[in-house]
Design a protein around this ligand. Sequence first.
Ligand SMILES: *[C@@H]1O[C@H](CO)[C@@H](O)[C@H](O)[C@H]1NC(C)=O
Ligand SMILES: *[C@@H]1O[C@H](CO)[C@@H](O)[C@H](O)[C@H]1NC(C)=O
Ligand SMILES: *[C@@H]1O[C@H](CO)[C@@H](O)[C@H](O)[C@H]1NC(C)=O
Ligand SMILES: *[C@@H]1O[C@H](CO)[C@@H](O)[C@H](O)[C@H]1NC(C)=O
Ligand SMILES: *[C@@H]1O[C@H](CO)[C@@H](O)[C@H](O)[C@H]1NC(C)=O
Ligand SMILES: *[C@@H]1O[C@H](CO)[C@@H](O)[C@H](O)[C@H]1NC(C)=O
Ligand SMILES: *[C@@H]1O[C@H](CO)[C@@H](O)[C@H](O)[C@H]1NC(C)=O
Ligand SMILES: *[C@@H]1O[C@H](CO)[C@@H](O)[C@H](O)[C@H]1NC(C)=O
Length: 495
Amino acid sequence: MVLKKWHGSVLLLLVSVFANALGAFVGINIGTDVSTLPSEINIVAILKAHQITHVRLYDADSRLLKALSNTGIEVMVGVTNEEVLGIGESPSAAAAWVNKNVAAYLPSTNITAIAVGSEVLTSIPNVAPVLVSAMNYLHKTLVAADLNFQVKVSTPQSLDIIPKPFPPSTATFNSSWNSTIYKLLQFLKNTNSYYMLNAYPYYGYTKGDGIFPIDYALFRPLPSVKQIVDPNTLFHYSSMFDAMVDATYYSIEALNFSGIPIVVTETGWPWFGGSNEPDANVENAESFNNNLIRRVLNGSGPPSQPTFPINTYIYELFNEDKRPGPVSEKNWGVLYTNGSAVYPLNLGTSNQITGNSSSLFCVAKTDADSDKLQEGLNWACGQGQANCKAIQRGQPCFLPDNLVNHASYAYNDYYQKMHSVGGTCDFDGTAMTTAADPSYGSCKFAGSSNSSTSGGISPTVALSPVSPGAWSSNLEVSRLQFLITAVLFVALMFS
Ligand SMILES: *[C@@H]1O[C@H](CO)[C@@H](O)[C@H](O)[C@H]1NC(C)=O
Ligand SMILES: *[C@@H]1O[C@H](CO)[C@@H](O)[C@H](O)[C@H]1NC(C)=O
Ligand SMILES: *[C@@H]1O[C@H](CO)[C@@H](O)[C@H](O)[C@H]1NC(C)=O
Ligand SMILES: *[C@@H]1O[C@H](CO)[C@@H](O)[C@H](O)[C@H]1NC(C)=O
Ligand SMILES: *[C@@H]1O[C@H](CO)[C@@H](O)[C@H](O)[C@H]1NC(C)=O
Ligand SMILES: *[C@@H]1O[C@H](CO)[C@@H](O)[C@H](O)[C@H]1NC(C)=O
Ligand SMILES: *[C@@H]1O[C@H](CO)[C@@H](O)[C@H](O)[C@H]1NC(C)=O
Ligand SMILES: *[C@@H]1O[C@H](CO)[C@@H](O)[C@H](O)[C@H]1NC(C)=O
């Protein structure tokens, strides 16, 4: 059955290359109910310092949109709930909105989505009848301006429109919303857009009255007796976040739609709360958000849709101290307004949040077993996605032409890109970290002060796998996979 096996591995690769091409990312919401909001220039400086690549605004603030121009940061703008009704009732209001708040900033500000309202069905249900009309009018304006490929239109919904999200396989939308949601899904499908979901394990946990272990909400491993399994599909849910996303996929499927990706437009954890909100604390918030980032950047989807990465926007950049409600409501921010992190947080792969980069390098042990070294080298340059160009014949790090040298280069390249998202310097015991820069001559190791590739990579390319857990047991297969990946990339580039 050799043929079948090859076939399977090619398919698998296709899928993983696709995920690569699309990229998994973690962005951040910028709420502005902040009493001492930094200037837009400073906000953008803070975003850049933390290597944030995707932001969502709740409106279309003109100063912030201008400040975001030529930064490479992708921006989702928002139609506020107050604006939805007017736009839903008037195509010309929709056209005016797009011209003023989107077209005027393109292409220098990279606006890629319009979020229409915020949880409209649950927060302003009286406007629901015109929600999809509003989206349609906005989309038509984009089409007329030839911007519909650049800018997608969608609408963030609360998970509350799914009355029983667990088990995910039986979840359905509250049927009183059937007709609106049916129209919505039809719109998303027809326009190649995505479903926007606000999913809060914090509320799932705190409102669950102890049904769920906190470790489940915080993406921590569960003992086998406590694993959360869907009785119908037998899928294991390693986190409540995955279950919430899957509940939404199943609800969409119950209305006979498929192929509409979900983007999580809000999730997070408050780091401070009132005396009746003990779970809103720094330890939980730090745990949730760091584990979330690691989870999302691993690039896989939830159990029912393993090939759809769960692109996610964290709620939120700064504490919004002016928001009404309980104390926790004002304490979801991950950064202070001076730009320093509330708790250590690796947004993407930047070390700047936690302070200094460790400036550690990862190199091969000189006395390591050569078979293991070869395997580690193959893995790093293949699945590990290290950039191994410099150790090819004729390139600056090819000489000395030996396994330890080549493995060191590849291990280190992998490690510099991946250690902040959980990648380790181990390679089956053949690697070790060192503070000494292994660069020599014109061979510059990643992370070296003179290397152009220092300081990691942008989250959009930080993908699975984050640790060399899945060793290919077969060298030939791993070489072949590498080759196929390369060929597919070339194919994608020219398609
Ligand atoms: C804007 O973002 C899109 C989506 O990631 C990307 O393809 C495009 O190159 C970006 N455009 C600019 C001008 O940065
Ligand atoms: C469904 O939505 C309606 C209208 O908002 C609400 O009255 C009802 O309680 C919801 N049903 C469930 C099961 O949540
Ligand atoms: C809404 O859709 C669900 C799922 O397809 C279906 O079971 C239910 O009967 C529908 N409800 C109404 C009121 O149409
Ligand atoms: C979905 O499709 C199935 C099978 O074709 C059908 O029985 C069911 O009524 C459909 N449900 C809806 C909500 O359209
Ligand atoms: C930033 O602000 C926070 C909270 O006010 C404070 O604790 C921290 O020391 C400040 N950091 C710097 C670098 O000023
Ligand atoms: C960061 O590193 C630089 C250079 O190695 C050093 O001078 C500085 O003191 C470090 N800062 C912190 C906060 O560790
Ligand atoms: C580092 O880069 C600078 C500027 O490109 C160059 O002048 C210097 O010689 C380099 N240092 C080493 C050790 O290669
Ligand atoms: C990615 O995360 C999911 C959910 O935690 C997990 O099932 C999967 O094994 C992870 N994939 C990799 C390559 O680490």
